[in-house]
Design a protein around this ligand. Structure first.
Ligand SMILES: Cc1cc2nc3c(=O)[nH]c(=O)nc-3n(C[C@H](O)[C@H](O)[C@H](O)COP(=O)(O)OP(=O)(O)OC[C@H]3O[C@@H](n4cnc5c(N)ncnc54)[C@H](O)[C@@H]3O)c2cc1C
Length: 411
């Protein structure tokens, strides 16, 4: 965040003053506090520089989605994470995109700008310090004022349209539309600081020890101009991190997405697409702990042949018995689209039985559609199988949530 550098300077100054006051009073000693946990050393503002060990595409050539399995070495950092936690990634923007943006606003990139009190070239700042892929309504509004573009100005008068436009338009395309040359100050005034992206951790330290694994879907789409656009962090991890060799990372703990303490508790995991990531961690952990509880996995994607992420691992777990059941939904393998929520409904009786036996239920992945559809399917299952009214079924699901037996990590 923008204020973090100032806040940290303030913290240091205050601590120094408090220390001085205590020492002046003579009867108190200042004892440095040990970090509560070893990993607290590395945070969002003070990330760990991890070596990239692996970056492998795990969708087939025929797939129109590029998903990558990524491994980092945490080496001697002492960083610890739990299944269900996420990894924060500080990424670098694509230099080609930075150059295109500079050309669009009529700047060379050699101009010097101040970032956190240090002078850097504008080009460098665009690559490492500023958000140049994701836009937002404030940025579009500021650009409308600077450019006096009729199209952008019209958008600023309709909040919903502005939000929708900002959600689907990257800075380069907004600048092209604005068609304006800017001086450095004007340009810098519309830029936001880069924020790290979070990725669900796809490994358990009980199995991989000093490594951390991710499952990253490359955000990629075609702008209406025909230009190909990619997400900032996902394209960095997929294409540029290997050249950079190291990546700045930190652990973001998530107490609201955790395995049950009792290893005998059955669990149902629903994770289509990259939503599968935390369940790879869950299963590695349950295997290492020799947990006796049953494990049921629902996975979905486009095609069996090209999009079955970590297929071999699930097959091995089914063979070893770690996975009690697995249901898959490949939406494009038949005329009718089939998704995980359809599979859930088909297995309604067994889902109800598992829930009645105390199962915990986990959902990870797309918040826009999938999580809502799955939620709806669950309510229906409780209604039909438990012979409950809609209200009773909703109350039942709410109770599950309160008891932490229904946990979601959706984004
Ligand atoms: C807790 C949590 C866990 C997560 N776990 C994972 C995970 O395990 N795996 C994973 O892959 N992701 C995960 N994500 C999502 C991840 O954090 C990023 O949001 C994602 O990778 C996109 O970031 P980006 O920097 O690549 O794209 P950005 O640069 O943030 O976005 C690109 C911009 O492109 C535009 N855009 C994108 N798509 C389109 C489109 N189709 N049409 C028009 N415009 C478009 C939008 O303007 C968008 O803002 C998680 C998120 C959270 C919060």
């Amino acid at each position: 965040m923008d204020y973090e550098a100032t806040a940290s300077a303030w913290r240091e100054q205050t601590l120094a003053e408090v220390k001085q006051q205590f020492q002046a009073s003579g009867d108190a000693q200042v004892v440095p506090l040990h970090q509560a946990t070893s990993h607290a050393k590395y945070t969002k503002q003070s990330p760990y520089t991890a070596e990239l060990l692996t970056c492998q595409r795990i969708t087939g050539r025929g797939s129109d989605k590029a998903v990558y399995h990524i491994e980092f070495d945490l080496d001697e950092s002492g960083i610890q994470y739990q299944p269900g936690d996420a990894l924060g990634v500080w990424y670098q923007n694509d230099p080609v995109l930075a150059d295109a943006i500079l050309a669009q606003v009529g700047l060379s990139g050699d101009e010097s700008v101040a970032v956190d009190g240090s002078a850097v070239s504008l080009r460098e700042a665009l690559i490492t310090d500023y958000e140049i892929t994701a836009s937002n309504p404030q940025q579009i509004t500021a650009l409308a004022a600077l450019s006096e573009s009729d199209t952008l100005t019209a958008l600023t008068e309709d909040k919903a349209a502005l939000r929708e436009f900002a959600n689907r338009t990257q800075l380069i395309d907004a600048l092209t539309l604005a068609d304006v040359t800017l001086n450095v100050e004007q340009f810098q005034s519309i830029l936001r600081r880069l924020t790290p992206r979070l990725y669900s951790i796809a490994s358990s330290q009980a199995e991989v020890e000093d490594e951390v694994h991710l499952t990253v879907g490359l955000v990629e789409y075609q702008h209406e101009s025909g230009a190909s656009r990619q997400g900032g962090a996902s394209s960095f991890l997929a294409h540029r991190a290997a050249k950079a060799e190291t990546v700045k990372v930190f652990v973001e703990h998530n107490d609201n997405f955790k395995l049950p303490d009792n290893d005998a508790t059955p669990i149902i995991m629903i994770g289509p697409g990259a939503g599968i990531a935390p369940f790879r961690a869950f299963l590695q952990e349950r295997e290492q702990r020799e947990a006796q509880g049953d494990n049921w996995l629902f996975f979905g994607d486009r095609t069996f042949t090209d999009d079955f992420l970590y297929q071999v691992e699930w097959q091995q777990y089914l063979k070893s018995g770690l996975l009690t059941r697995m249901d898959v939904a490949f939406s494009r393998d038949q005329a009718e689209k089939v998704y995980v929520q359809h599979r859930l409904r088909e297995r309604a009786e067994a889902v109800w039985q598992w829930l009645s036996n105390g199962a915990y239920l986990y959902v990870c992945g797309d918040a826009n559609q999938m999580a809502k559809d799955v939620h709806e399917a669950l309510i229906e299952i409780v209604q039909t199988q438990g012979q409950q009214s809609r209200e009773q079924a909703e109350a039942f699901i709410n109770e599950l949530r309160k008891d932490k037996r229904y946990q979601r990590d959706v984004y």
